[in-house]
Design a protein around this ligand. Sequence first.
Ligand code: 13P
Length: 253
Amino acid sequence: MRKPIIAGNWKMFKTRDEALYFILKVSEKMPEKEKVDTIIFAQAPLLRCLITRQGEELRIGAQNLHYEDEGAYTGEVSGPLLNSYNVEYVLIGHSERRQYFHESDEDVNKKIKAAIRNDLLPIVCVGENLDERENNQMNDVLERQIKGAFKDIPAIEMKDIVIAYEPIWAIGTGKTATADQADQACGFIRSIIKDLYGPVVAEGIRIQYGGSVKPTNIDELISKENIDGALIGGASLDPDHFITLANAPLNLK
Ligand code: 13P
C-alpha cells in the first residue's frame, strides 16, 4: 500500500499575510500524517515563517533548489540553506521551470542529486506538451525525462522520491486529463521505473497526477491504481478547497 500524497504548489502567489492566514485556517484540518502526506510548496522567502507554524500534519516544501551547494549564483537557493530551515520536500523540474528557465533533464538530474545530498525529499515533475501528445510522442518524452532525471541515482535513494506526472496541456487550463489518461501515463512511468530499478522499487514509488485538479475531480483521479496523490496549483490557493483536497484520500475505498 502506497501512502497517498497531496501537495499544493502555490507557484508565485501569496504574500506573507495571505500565506499565514492560509496556514492558520488549514493546519488543524489536515489528515493524520500516518494516513496522508500533505505539503504546501511556497515561495522561498515564505518558508521560514510557514515552517514554524506548519503544525503536526502539514509539511512546507520549496519550489526549487540550485544543484550546487554554494557559489556565485545570484538569486538562487541552496540545498544546505533549505535543510537548515528544516524543509523536507523540494519540487524539481516543474514544467514552468523547464519552460521559462530552460531547465534541462541534466539540470533536473543534478538537482535531484543536490536534494539527496542535503536530505531533502524530491518531487520530480515530468509531462508532455500538447504537440507531443497529439503526435504520439508522449511515451518517448516521459521515458527521456525519467531516464534523464534518474541517471546514476541508486535504487536505495528511490524509495523516498516522488514523481509528479503533469501534462503541460492540463496545467492552469481547466483541461484535466481524464482519470484513465492520467492512470495510463502514471502506469507507463511506473513501467519505466521497473525497467530501471526492478519491481520492488516500481511498486513502492509514489506517482502523483497534476493539472487542473480540483475538489470536484480529485476523487476519481486518486481512485486509479497508478495514481497515488495529486499536485495541485490553482485550487490549492483556497484554504477550503485545500482542506477538501487533502482529505480526499480518506474517502478511498
Ligand atoms: P493547476 O492545478 O493550476 O493546473 O497547476 C498544476 C501544477 O502545475 C501544479 O504543480
